[in-house]
Ligand binder design. Sequence first.
Ligand SMILES: Nc1ncnc2c1ncn2[C@@H]1O[C@H](COP(=O)(O)OP(=O)(O)O)[C@@H](O)[C@H]1O
Ligand SMILES: [Mg+2]
Length: 274
Amino acid sequence: MLVVEDLTKTFGANTAVDRVSFTVEKPMMIGIIGRSGAGKSTFLRMMNRLTDATSGQLSFEGRDVLGLTGRARREWQSDCAMIFQQFNLVPRMDVVSNVLHGTLGRSSTLATMFNLFPKDDIHRAIDILERLGIADHAPKRAEALSGGQQQRVAIARALMQDPKIILADEPIASLDPMNAQTVMEALRRIFEEDGRMVIANLHTLDTARRYCDRVIGMRDGRIVFDGSPDQLTTGVARDIYGAGADFSEAATSTSIDAIETPALRAIHEAEAIV
Ligand SMILES: Nc1ncnc2c1ncn2[C@@H]1O[C@H](COP(=O)(O)OP(=O)(O)O)[C@@H](O)[C@H]1O
Ligand SMILES: [Mg+2]
């Protein structure tokens, strides 16, 4: 379904993504973990064609993604919607209009300028907001919502594109534990209920373990781990994050831990890396 082969991106002398290869056979939720600077964002940006790869291949459902140009490239960007750490909403615009901007590729410029959207799209936007539990906020300005609610608006905007893949770049890095959980659960449900592939960059391994079917660990631009959450042992985590003096459990866990269950806490303690 998704085939990545020797994908590489260099910035001058710096190799941000270094011959990354992996294959995904069917939709699943994939977490990409690794330290800051490991190349996670650059990988997602190449996949979404926001950044051109230096070399390598990437194909989805047999289509050569890196070779797409013009309209085909824009259609691909619509097929793999991107969600960002900072939500990227228009703060002063109401929630439903923000969501409707997910149809931007389809609407005429003039209609968009005046926020004139087809009735069907408006209904669909409300349905999606309802599904994400935030329909009540539809008329409010985006900036009036909590971070977790704003991220769900961003997810709703992505869903308006009816994407095959959702790429999420550190979607919970700015959120408190409760909001982080709500957002990760929303992404998980979108995979399970709609069968959309989700690829999320997560800088912490506990979140990846909890929500993802497969975890890819990156270090210095390379894949150093690719497996199921239960294969993510202490040794593997050390390899991904490096076993330097500054390495601690804190560097690898989100505050989601604060609301973990006693059973999960026991697992974490057993695996704690200090
Ligand atoms: N636009 C850019 N220009 C130059 N270097 C960049 C650019 N974007 C990323 N890098 C470098 O590429 C490497 C990987 O960065 P990034 O993909 O953002 O990592 P991550 O998302 O894992 O934190 C880092 O060394 C970073 O400094
Ligand atoms: Mg990043």
